[in-house]
Design a binder for this molecule. Structure first.
Ligand SMILES: Cc1cc2nc3c(=O)[nH]c(=O)nc-3n(C[C@H](O)[C@H](O)[C@H](O)COP(=O)(O)OP(=O)(O)OC[C@H]3O[C@@H](n4cnc5c(N)ncnc54)[C@H](O)[C@@H]3O)c2cc1C
Length: 329
């Protein structure tokens, strides 16, 4: 978790591991031990070695201990499933809900109708939360973690009634029990599996500034589809984090071999569009080996200089996870 800087659907409220690790211990390539387990709220002794190790993909140290920040257990939660016209409307709804629910808003995810349909086709035991079909859906989770917190179901009903009056959603279902909440999450969590079952697709895990993501989806999807006729983009995921999984599906009837042959040019286009918005070619999944060339192509020289200098300073003999994360000079 630490060396991948993992995050999930609750990053909106709690952040990734970067925000949750208070201290850590690690073995460095020269065999020395970094003793940083003590959690200090303030520590201004210069470079933060802990943050270099978080998300470092094991390239400069092996994490052997960690002090994590914990949060209160949830007492109650309520899931909103909203039918929407566009990613832009989803962003407006996100702004509204986070403004009104504050820290009671724990997650905000989006998916297009094509992903919902794919889940309904390929995944057993899920049902559509709304009768109607909409171009897009948002899943928002409201939580209560203290005795004096709000009744989240009443809050969800009030907020969505106001949101619909303001034109921020076309329709909404609000979970009345845990089974209904779970059903909504199962749809969201099954998208990757359903997409795999529906044919070859090229996956990208990208981020742009949160306020730019809706426009990015709306403009980048047709651009990619026009450049590679027959492909279909399915962008879904963590709108609240400015991070979506941007899948480009092969034309109907095409094989994985077709996808593999086109992968380099399709991904280069997607990453160029991301770079144009000042975004990241890897929001969650890291660089590893697969994205090394694109990281080298699209990073500014200062970033590459820092990556290589840090790796060399800690691991001059290239012992730890060689060939990962740091593009060769
Ligand atoms: C770069 C990356 C980012 C990911 N991000 C997410 C995410 O945001 N959300 C999510 O749900 N899943 C994510 N995953 C999926 C991954 O399965 C989870 O992060 C999971 O926590 C990995 O745990 P693991 O113990 O199985 O590690 P492994 O899959 O065994 O290792 C993952 C990486 O961490 C290194 N590593 C493992 N243990 C240590 C250690 N003790 N010290 C230093 N390095 C170590 C490995 O060398 C490898 O590079 C990510 C995976 C990777 C590789």
């Amino acid at each position: 978790l630490v060396s991948t800087n993992a995050g999930g659907t609750q990053v909106l409220r709690h952040g990734t591991m970067r925000a949750l690790v208070a201290g850590l211990e690690a073995v460095l390539p020269d065999g020395s031990i970094y003793h940083g387990l003590t959690a200090l709220k303030k520590d201004n002794r210069g470079y933060d070695l802990k943050q270099l190790l978080i998300g470092g993909e094991g390239t400069i140290g092996i994490v052997t201990g960690v002090t994590v920040k914990t949060v209160p257990a949830l007492i109650d939660r309520c899931v909103i499933w909203a039918g929407l016209d566009s990613p832009e409307q989803a962003y407006d709804l996100l702004q509204f809900l986070s403004g009104r629910a504050g820290t009671n808003l724990e997650g905000f995810e989006i998916l297009p109708e094509s992903c919902a349909a794919s889940v309904m086709t390929h995944i057993p035991d899920v049902r559509r939360p709304l009768e109607g079909r909409f171009a897009w859906y948002a899943l928002a989770e409201l939580v209560r973690d203290s005795a004096d917190g709000p009744d989240v179901q009443a809050l969800a009903e009030r907020l969505m009634s106001d949101a619909m009056e303001l034109g921020l959603a076309r329709d909404a279902a609000i979970s009345a029990n845990e089974a209904q909440a779970e059903n909504c999450w199962k749809i969201r969590d099954s998208i990757a599996e359903a997409e795999r079952a529906s044919g070859p697709a090229l996956q990208h895990d990208i981020s742009v500034p949160v306020e730019k993501m809706a426009a990015f989806i709306t403009s980048a999807s047709p651009e990619v589809e026009a450049r590679f006729p027959g492909t279909a983009v399915a962008a879904f995921g963590h709108l609240g984090d400015g991070n979506v999984h941007f899948h480009v599906k092969a034309p109907l009837g095409e094989t994985k071999a077709w996808m593999d042959a086109q992968a380099g040019s399709i991904s280069a286009l997607v990453y160029d569009l991301v770079a144009r918005e000042g975004g990241s070619i890897s929001a969650e999944h890291g660089i590893g080996q697969n994205k090394l060339a694109e990281l080298a192509r699209l990073s500014d020289p200062a970033h590459l200089l820092a990556l290589r200098a840090i790796k060399t300073a800690f691991d001059p003999d290239n012992l730890f996870n060689p060939g990962k994360l740091v593009p060769l000079a």
